[in-house]
Write a protein that binds this ligand. Structure first.
Ligand code: G1P
Length: 297
């Protein structure tokens, strides 16, 4: 019997230096795509996949994240008084049930594996999901939901995977493919940020994982890997060495790397155009910006 996945870890301790000066005073996860912070996209995706417990691994200066998920009684009362039900509903969709959300501090920036390990006592002995909010995925069926459904068939560990250009592979965890079954790929190895030209494939790990508690035990022993950091990839790769199943899952959807400025801007355009209330005005602006200057050449 496969156990249900009801807990998710959100590693949000990163400094966000690529977005300085904005991230001097706001956590990067609060940065906004159209009108919702990045973290809201991650939470909505987790909820759609059946996650009930949300574990944030934070660091110093991330207080705004806790405030964001708090209830706002005065604001709600004022919107109710003014009859602004639509805004009230938007606001309520950000509310978290008391006890559903936990914050753990990662005291030192020792890597993604270490951040996940910091949540080990809250996970105890269950399979769990990890969502990296920088990776925003636009999909008809949310990515983690696709994975949870696939996991019911496979068990084991599963990582979201996507083909990347060969020259980009060294920015990712990369899968060494054992058998390619289409959307599902069984894997015989994983390498974090391979040196250019040494990647075992161009199938890269994207920030969605379903993991067994064994991975947390592996993290007890893992030492510094790529970049001197304790890597989640290395702890998952150890499962393969221990002859337990690890799968890559080619999700259906478009992934935006919102940890980079170009990716964030692309996501802003895509999510802006996806909004009924913005599409006409925004697409006309883009046509004028992009097509007219070309035509003038
Ligand atoms: C992390 C993981 C990497 C994965 C990537 C996806 O790297 O360590 O394996 O491919 O997320 O976004 P980071 O981007 O934090 O360096």
């Amino acid at each position: 019997m496969k156990r249900r996945v009801t807990k998710a870890i959100f590693p949000v301790a990163g400094l966000g230096t690529r977005f300085l000066p904005a991230t001097k005073s706001i956590p990067k996860e609060i940065m906004t795509l159209v009108d919702r912070p990045l973290i809201q996209y991650a939470i909505d995706e987790a909820r759609a996949a059946g996650i009930k417990e949300f574990i944030f691994v934070t660091s110093r200066g991330k207080g705004a994240l806790e405030d964001y998920f708090d209830h706002a009684p005065e604001l709600e009362a004022s919107l109710r008084k003014k009859g602004k039900d639509d805004l009230l509903n938007i606001l309520k969709s950000t509310n978290m049930e008391s006890g559903a959300i936990a914050y753990i501090r990662q005291h030192r920036a020792l890597g993604l594996g270490h951040a996940v390990w910091c949540a080990r006592r809250l996970i105890a002995n269950e399979p769990f999901a990890v969502i990296l909010p920088d990776d925003v995925i636009a999909a008809e069926k949310p990515c983690l939901q696709q994975m949870v459904e696939a996991y019911q068939e496979t068990g084991g560990c599963m990582v979201a995977a996507m083909e990347v250009p060969p020259q980009a592979a060294s920015a990712y965890g990369v899968l060494d493919i054992k058998e390619d079954m289409g959307s599902m790929v069984s894997i015989k190895g994983m390498v974090e940020k391979p040196e250019p030209g040494t990647a075992p494939s161009n199938l890269a790990v994207i920030g969605r994982y379903i993991l067994t508690p064994k991975v947390l035990q592996n993290l007890n022993r893992i030492r510094g890997g790529a970049g001197g950091e304790i890597q989640l990839t290395d702890a998952i790769a150890e499962e393969i060495r221990n002859e337990r199943d690890v799968f890559g899952f080619r999700f259906r959807g478009e992934r935006f790397d919102c940890g980079s400025k170009a990716g964030f801007l692309q996501a802003t355009v895509a999510f802006g155009l996806a909004r009924d209330e913005l599409r006409e005005e925004f697409s006309q602006y883009l046509r004028e910006m992009v097509i007219l200057p070309d035509a003038a050449q």
